[in-house]
Ligand binder design. Sequence first.
Ligand code: TYM
Length: 332
Amino acid sequence: MNIVLSGVKPTGIPTLGNYLGALKNFVKLQNEMTDYEFFIFIADLHAITIPQDPKELRANIRNLAALYLACGLNKERLTLFIQSEVSAHIEMGNVMQSLSYMGELERMTQFKDKMIKNPNGVTAALFTYPALMAADILLYDAKFVPVGDDQKQHLELTRDLANRFNNRFGDTFQVPEILLTKVGARIKDLQDPSKKMSKSDDSQSKGCIYLLDPLNVIKKKIKSAVTDSEAIVRYDVENKPGISNLMTIYSAITNLSFSEIEKKYEGKGYGDFKGDLAEIVAEEIGKVQEKYNQIINSKELDEILNQGRERATQIATRKIHKIYHKLGIGRF
Ligand code: TYM
């Protein structure tokens, strides 16, 4: 069985960055890779590595499940599940922690960034988070893991851990490969294009588009995105990061290349470009929201999650028993 696996943390409503870097890409890959099974999960154990309001978290988990389906994932070829409902993730996380060195976890840039921002607020679980992420992937012997650019380092660690285990205990894990989104792997904040668009930022932020923002708010955020004074639609990340980011969003949705977009807007200012982009994004997200509204309160959503939990538990439990046996623990 060939598996493609990925997950998203339910820490708030997913952003346009999550959509273009991950969700939309999952759908595209699912349509292209017809021989593969897709395992997509809600990484709620990862969410609690930073403080969460339980009521909001519960709602965000359900929202994310509905949004996955609303983006167009085909439920017939999908195992959709909630990470905390499959206890083998925690068990495997412990195995991966026992295999990881402090030094390699300390090198993770996401951890380092958080340490710089808030040194006293970093939990032990945030530190060991990449080991849990490796567990998520290796439990299912995923062959491909589609993620945005910011997860690359975690994927490299996962590959190292898989190889380390295989070398010590014999061939056990598929060594996974990263599948980066071609366009949209790193969507930037609309107000500060030097940083990535991130859902952990302030929910009122004008620089971040949330998938459940009202469409008029989405349009407004795009129209007020920071650009430069040259007023020429040209892709140049170094010197024109704002417009380049908007062009990336444009390209990821329409499939037009950067040079096609440049040609289309030759002689026109940023106003025309932003106006069109606002419509394009609102139309795309509008379709997702429409489906989301049909799914969010449906029984079907729970049925899909129940089936996902069963299938994931079956595979993951078998795998963790095999791993315990190889390690010499328990009586498996
Ligand atoms: P998370 O929840 O931070 O992000 C989910 C996915 O969205 C991508 N992404 C972006 N892509 C483009 N531009 C952006 N601005 C942007 N922001 C986020 C991320 O790269 C990711 O693909 N650790 C993971 C969740 C996870 C996971 C896993 C993923 C846990 N276990 C196993 C894959 C496999 C995370 O925090 O993603």
